[in-house]
Design a protein. Structure first.
Length: 209
């Protein structure tokens, strides 16, 4: 590519997958100032909205992208909506390995298409913090079974715009088939099961430390 920042444009801008409005909704609703994004690839959109962000990915292209920190910070500077200085740390590693972050200091944990992040990284999320998760690799279903998490909202989208719905939350995570679900079962399965009612993503609050 002509410019390593083109990677961000290719995967997020061109595909209309930035989700800036969603991160703004979350930041406003839950007063989010610190986000941890394991398996982020180069999705730096949260830094446009949230002043402090930790990104974690072992992908070679992601490492190369974040190595050009001056350019990355420049892109963020052109798009950020807050007045504070941006704080960004990238960890080029597997998120299952210990991350050099103090435990229970993160306001928002993001899990999107990257495995069982809710289990591997929940120790970094503060009590009362929030998990944004989809059901890729069954992680939303895992969080729904985890007593440390409580479902507080779902994310729905229409014509590229996101909204948070807090109604009828008890109707989610009811399996279509008669399955004896457990966290261990879903971790081993490695993919989501069918539910009678679904959403784009789910928002859980960490209710226990």
């Amino acid at each position: 590519m002509k410019n390593h920042l083109d990677l961000y444009n290719k995967y997020y801008v061109d595909r209309q997958f930035e989700k800036a409005d969603l991160f703004e909704l979350l930041a406003d609703k839950y007063q989010i100032k610190v986000v941890l994004y394991p398996g982020s690839f180069v999705h730096i959109t949260p830094s446009f909205i949230i002043p402090k962000a930790y990104y974690v990915d072992a992908d070679k292209a992601a490492k190369k992208f974040f190595a050009n920190k001056e350019d990355v910070m420049g892109l963020i500077g052109k798009n950020k909506i807050y007045s504070e200085d941006t704080v960004l740390d990238f960890f080029g590693q597997d998120y299952f390995k210990p991350i050099d972050i103090q435990e229970e200091t993160v306001d928002l944990l993001v899990s999107q298409y990257a495995g069982p992040i809710s289990q591997a990284c929940k120790k970094y999320l503060k009590k009362g913090g929030h998990l944004l998760v989809n059901n890729s690799h069954a992680d939303a279903g895992i969080a729904a079974l985890d007593p440390d998490f409580q479902l507080v909202g779902v994310v729905k989208s229409s014509k590229g715009k996101h909204r948070i719905d807090e109604r009828t939350l008890g109707e989610y995570f009811c399996p279509k088939k008669d399955l004896d679900l457990s966290i261990e079962y879903l971790l081993k399965l490695g993919k989501g099961v069918g539910y009678t009612k679904t959403a784009d993503s789910y928002i859980f609050e960490k209710c226990c430390s």
